[in-house]
Design a protein around this ligand. Structure first.
Ligand code: PLP
Length: 385
């Protein structure tokens, strides 16, 4: 038997009580019973997004909500600005191109964050730009973009700011209304601690106005229809009922911990992981703008990308490797969702022992110890004598 640890940036581990909630017998969705559950869930989602707008629940993976964001706010031939600093930024461009939009791109060096000034400049040059499309956390490069700064720019224009928050919502504070984000998207299998299959999207007043004029073809992802239904505490189509059971419980867990504590936990786990990586003398992929969701590190010389598969299959610890130009070069340790201090201890120990198994020099315990120094911050006070 090999005990498994899932430390990849989605899907992430699912808490026991969420698994049990999803195991309960299905009940029909056109019932007062479901409507009561869905109403509570929808309200909690507004709390998570920090918005007074409806957070629409879709049965799809996160990319479905990205597509919904695009098709509900544009007409063919519209111009959009994509921040492309990794695989998910690239995906915004592909979705937009797929719907006949004119795509301008800001190419961002992998491992770095976009300079908000570049967005301001692009919008000054092309004020007709309908959308700015960006990731809050670019999971492929483990970078955090400065959404608050970008929102300051778009707020003063007619352009909508569309944020893929798939590894940010529930990881860090991203108050949609206060920042002035126009469309915020997330998915179930990252910080929400659920299996894949649900996606979420909320629109600002400004974005709903754009939606009323948007001419893109749409049917399943028609957000106006979903909103009309959600306001009656139901969904347009059959919801992923079992996942909604799980979502209700996952949100209960997040609010029981307290969102500020959830954000502080993610920040602590991320700092601990980075400290461990640095203590091992390894280089971070995103040293200047690291995401609190996932830490990327360059593999040391002589350690092949295959270490990720070895740790997963032979050792039982799942990290993520790199994609595209990062393939074989980096390893990503995720710390979002149902993750605690001792997952990070495990992660650092596995990394050290993996490097040792490949015959490269490493001081066992050095990364673990550096991580522990920071994890200590999260230790509860001992009981009074
Ligand atoms: C995981 C992820 C997605 C993709 O979501 P799917 O659920 O695979 O469709 C999109 N954006 C970011 C930033 C992600 O981390």
């Amino acid at each position: 038997m090999i005990k498994k640890y899932l430390l990849a940036p989605g899907p992430t581990p699912v808490p026991e009580s969420v698994l049990l909630a999803m195991a309960q017998p299905i009940f029909h969705h056109r019932t007062p019973q479901f409507e009561a559950l869905f109403a509570e869930t929808a309200k909690a989602l507004q709390g998570l997004f920090k918005t007074t707008q409806d957070v629409i629940v879709l049965a799809s993976s996160g990319t479905g909500a990205m597509e919904a964001a695009v098709v509900n706010t544009t007409s063919p031939g519209d111009r959009v600005l994509v921040v492309n600093g990794g695989k998910f930024g690239e995906r915004w461009g592909k979705i937009a191109a797929g719907y006949g939009l004119v795509v301008d791109e800001i190419a961002v060096e992998w491992g770095t964050a976009v300079d908000p000034a570049a967005i301001a400049k692009a919008l000054r040059e092309r004020p007709e730009t309908k959308l700015v499309l960006v990731q809050a956390s670019e999971t492929s490069t483990t970078v955090l973009h400065q959404v608050a700064e970008i929102a300051k720019i778009t707020r003063a224009t007619d352009t909508l700011l569309v944020v893929d928050g798939i590894t940010a919502v529930g990881v860090l504070d991203l108050p949609m209304d206060a920042l002035g984000i126009d469309v915020l998207v997330t998915g179930s299998q990252k910080a929400l601690m659920l299996p894949p299959g649900l996606a979420f999207v909320a629109l600002s007043e400004k974005a709903w106005k754009a939606a009323a004029a948007a001419q893109q073809p749409r049917f399943y992802f028609d957000l106006k229809r979903e909103r009309d239904n959600q306001q009656k505490h139901t969904t347009a189509w059959t919801p992923a009922i079992s996942l909604i059971f799980g979502l209700h419980e996952a949100l209960r867990l997040l609010f029981a911990e307290g969102l500020d504590n959830v954000f502080a936990r993610h920040d602590r786990l991320a700092r601990a992981t980075r400290a461990g990586v640095r203590a091992l003398g390894l280089e971070l992929v995103a040293p200047t703008a690291p995401s609190p969701a996932t830490t990327g590190l360059y593999l040391p010389a002589g350690v092949p990308g295959k270490i990720v598969g070895y740790l997963r299959d032979a050792v039982g610890v799942t990290f993520a490797g790199g994609q595209d130009r990062f393939k074989g070069k980096i390893c990503r340790i995720a710390h979002l969702g149902y993750i605690g201090s001792f997952d990070i201890v495990t992660a650092m120990a596995a990394l050290e022992m993996g490097i040792a198994a490949y015959g490269r020099p490493v001081t066992l315990g050095r990364g673990v110890g550096a991580a522990q120094e920071i994890l200590l911050e999260g230790m509860p006070a001992v009981p009074a004598a």
